[in-house]
Design a protein around this ligand. Structure first.
Ligand code: HMG
Ligand code: MG
Length: 285
């Protein structure tokens, strides 16, 4: 039987958060509704962060309210603190994600606190989510390199990932935030993380700044990782990480994964339609 690989669609969040032009809420909803027909089991729809920090995500509640949900899909949202978690829950997010950094520099620039302080902020989210039965995913950013601190050691990333896993995150998404990773740097990082966390609890999150994302996915597949984040039409980046271009395009990731003999369950024709619409959102009307 063909082995399944999950593509976690993050375009509506990681993709659109970086657009300087304010995208109308109705268009975000339309994009998510189109993506809901493609066959994803997970779509990261938005983030409940400070609108002062990321104005593009300021309509998170309206987006969650407006989408036509499919019961088979988990609609996920990023939550940096308890306030964001409560707002995500009010908006009926099926799961949430906390996000930390393997580097201190990016932690400060992105969420305005140290890594240790971020764990303190996440602790009450984890406690409440456990009681409410809400799955929490954990992101680790800058897994091989930070735009502020430079190269990050595999041990540092493994330590960060383990801290989030030990808090109760069901899956740790390893973020190559600025697309600097190559298979040569990804391999020792994955080996170190797999020593600390079961491989089935890991996901790869590759930005494609330098065109290495597909090679990194292939490397991760060879090491047993079966979940990858991707963004329709390769939308994206992070406003607090200079050089963070788009995530790997979902279309390209799905094609490569299929070529390697795995199945994603995605309808590539419907995906192409969603990608055409997503691209139209990044251009001024
Ligand atoms: P802060 O300024 O230290 O905290 O921000 P604060 O408590 O002083 O809050 C600032 C203002 O935001 C206040 O408003 C708060 O009320 C409000 P004011 O009183 O000044 O009017 N506020 C909120 N509003 C709505 N929802 C909330 C919320 N919290 C506070 N949840 C904070 C700290 C964490 C809030 C801020 O730094 C923040 O929101 N950062 C998020 C940055 C972000 O979203 N970055 C992109 C996502 S991460 C990423 O892309 C990487 C990833 O893709 C993986 C990878 O590629 O590596 C995941
Ligand atoms: Mg990202």
């Amino acid at each position: 039987m063909t082995e399944h690989v999950t593509l976690f669609e993050v375009g509506p969040r990681d993709g659109l958060q970086n657009e300087s032009r304010m995208i109308p809420t109705a268009d975000k909803i339309k994009l998510i509704d189109m993506l809901s027909t493609v066959g994803f089991s997970k779509i990261e729809a938005t983030s409940f962060v400070s609108p002062k920090w990321v104005p593009q995500m300021g309509d998170a509640a309206e987006v969650m309210q407006g989408i036509s949900r499919k019961p088979s899909i988990h609609y996920a949202a990023l939550t940096p603190n308890l306030r964001g978690y409560h707002a995500a829950l009010d908006a009926k997010a099926d799961e949430v994600a906390i996000f930390a950094s393997a580097s201190e520099g990016f932690s400060q620039k992105n969420i305005n606190c140290s890594f240790a302080e971020s764990l303190e902020r996440f602790a009450p989210i984890m406690a409440e989510a456990k009681t409410a039965g809400i799955p929490v995913r954990g992101y680790v950013s800058c897994v091989t390199e930070c735009p502020y601190d430079g190269p990050i050691t595999p041990e540092q990333t493994a330590k960060t990932a383990k801290a989030l896993f030990d808090m109760g995150c069901y899956e740790i998404s390893l973020g190559d935030t600025i697309g600097a990773a190559t298979p040569a740097t990804t391999a020792p990082m994955i080996d170190a993380v797999v020593d600390a966390i079961p491989v089935q609890n890991l996901a790869g999150h590759f930005h494609d700044t330098h065109g290495h994302a597909l090679a990194n996915i292939e490397l991760c597949l060879s090491k047993g990782i079966r979940c990858f984040d991707s963004s329709v039409a390769g939308l994206g980046g992070c406003p607090y990480a200079p050089g963070a271009k788009g995530n790997v395009a979902t279309e390209a990731a799905a094609q490569r994964i299929h070529d390697l003999g795995f199945d994603t369950g995605l309808d590539l024709t419907k995906l192409a339609k969603a990608a055409t619409f997503a691209q139209s959102l990044t251009r001024p009307a």
